[in-house]
Design a protein around this ligand. Structure first.
Ligand code: FE2
Length: 237
């Protein structure tokens, strides 16, 4: 299983605070059946220069790599980013470097207010002209202010895929909705969006158990298909 959304790099953003915590998070993910993770630190175009972010990401990854070099059975790590949507995103000249581990998939945090035609146009431009596949991070966070059916259709038309957080499945108040989206093949990826080992820990295993119990193997069909497609060209360390 792959965890496509993690804040596991030590001292990079509001995620793991040191190498020890990152190692514990990796260990937890491994026990949960995760063999590959994508490190997706937040990237805000108005807060950091792209070069500065990429350099910091490399430095934090190096710290983690040094810390785990003698530990067996940890998940493989791919580098990515959780890129905050902005109006000129589709013309971002260094966008490939922010994609997930050498693939053409990019994890995007969308605006937390209603999306308009221009929002979809940007996603559409990314996928059609730039050949970059937008993956909408934690779709559930936007459900309060979007018309779900309409948005899912527009995202599909724009060539965008959907990621949901494990929490969305684990939380009993939202579980039915999460499983229904999975059942309708509206979800391409799961992510833990883990930040630490306490308040926002890795929780992929619990979510996977619920899917298995409630939907059986059928629940993993779309997820596995996307996972395999992504892994075909994913660069991992
Ligand atoms: Fe995140």
């Amino acid at each position: 299983m792959i965890d496509i959304h993690t804040h596991i790099l030590p001292e990079m953003d509001d995620g793991s605070s040191n190498v020890e915590e990152s190692i514990k998070m990796l260990g937890m993910l491994s026990e949960q059946g995760v063999d590959t993770i994508v490190a997706t630190p937040h990237f805000y175009i108005d807060k950091a220069e792209p070069a500065e972010f990429l350099q910091r990401r490399n430095e934090c990854f190096k710290k983690l790599s040094d810390g785990i070099c003698k530990i067996d059975n940890l998940p493989k790590i791919a580098l990515g980013a959780e890129v905050q949507f902005y109006s000129d995103l589709s013309s971002f000249d260094r966008i490939e470097e922010f994609c997930i581990g050498g693939t053409n998939y990019i994890l995007i945090e969308m605006p937390f207010f209603p999306w308009n035609g221009y929002t979809y146009q940007t996603l559409n431009h990314l996928s059609m002209s730039r050949r970059i596949i937008p993956v909408i991070a934690h779709l559930e966070r936007y459900l309060d202010f979007i018309n779900e059916k309409e948005v899912l259709l527009k995202l599909k038309e724009a060539g965008a895929l959907v990621q949901i957080n494990a929490d969305f499945i684990i939380d009993r108040t939202t579980r039915r909705k999460a499983l229904s989206l999975i059942k309708q093949d509206c979800v391409s990826f799961l992510g833990s969006d883990c930040h630490n080992i306490t308040s926002r820990p890795p929780n992929m295993g619990e979510a996977a158990d619920i899917i298995r119990k409630k939907l059986g193997d059928r629940g993993f069909e779309a997820l596995r298909y996307r996972e395999e497609k992504l892994k075909d060209s994913l660069v991992v360390y």
